[in-house]
Design a protein around this ligand. Structure first.
Ligand code: GLU
Length: 255
């Protein structure tokens, strides 16, 4: 299987932005093992801004774009350094790919992206993708890695897109506010009723919320890729997901 796994800042970092070492170690171990079992893995990783905030001791996510971009530039290094170190322990080679929206909108650059990704996967490397926050300005920004991961899943013809987040999946109501909220295990059609369940924003350091995840689900399923939203707290669940054991919320592709 070709699987795109997107991991959010809330999964990778502690509340202050510093890296959650135990979590990232576990994630790299499971992904390495899934790769050893013959799956192709593409990782879309957030956390650059969050980790830059931690490393620069900024205290909280900045609101102005230049400081966000500076934080991302610092944090992206820490992210890739850590991924390289951890995946190397399991004998896997990582590749950094940074994208902006205009890369996808431009036919020529999009085709370059395709070619590089195909070649990286043929060579057995593990591409780790993030938005190129340093040069993304407000007008050309993809803005959130949920959307970016859906673009990547569509462009690479992935079999499955998994969004690991700090929530178990899509609920019938906000589970933080409503005790009767129930997890929806399967979505076969992203109807207006489903879209209406989006609720508000995400965590303090992350960017997306349920709205961007549902948009990602729409893009992925329309292109023939199933998508799962699951809690990234315990990366072991990826084994279950690959074994087709129901977990989180699964959005079935329209094809
Ligand atoms: N590109 C952002 C970062 O690495 C993440 C955007 C998101 O949280 O979706 O911090």
């Amino acid at each position: 299987m070709r699987i795109v796994v997107k991991v959010g800042t809330s999964t990778l970092a502690h509340a202050g932005g510093r890296m959650n070492i135990r979590r990232i170690e576990k994630l790299c171990k499971v992904l390495s093992d899934l790769k050893n079992a013959g799956n192709e893995i593409v990782l879309v990783s957030s956390g650059a801004i969050g980790m830059g905030v931690g490393k620069l001791s900024l205290g909280e996510k900045p609101s102005d774009i230049p400081t966000k971009q500076a934080a991302a530039a610092v944090g992206q290094c820490e992210l890739m350094y850590t991924y390289d170190k951890l995946f190397t322990e399991y004998n896997h080679t990582v590749a950094q790919v940074l994208l902006v929206k205009s890369d996808i909108d431009n036919e020529h650059r999009r085709s370059n992206f395709h070619n590089t990704m195909s070649r990286l996967l043929e060579l057995g490397a593990l591409p780790i993708i993030n938005e190129n926050d340093t040069v993304s300005t407000e007008e050309i920004v993809i803005g959130d890695n949920d959307t970016l991961s859906a673009i990547v899943a569509v462009e690479t013809n992935a079999d499955l897109l998994v969004l690991l987040s700090d929530i178990d999946g899509l609920y019938t109501a906000d589970p933080h506010k409503n005790a009767d909220a129930r997890l929806i295990e399967e979505v076969r059609e992203i109807s207006p009723e489903i879209l209406a369940l989006a609720g508000g924003a995400g965590s303090k350091l992350g960017t997306g919320g349920m709205e961007t995840k549902l948009r990602a689900a729409q893009m992925a399923t329309e292109a023939g890729t199933d998508m799962i939203i699951a809690n990234g707290e315990n990366p072991d669940i990826l084994y279950n997901i690959v074994d087709n054991i129901p977990f989180g919320t699964r959005f079935y592709s329209c094809k």
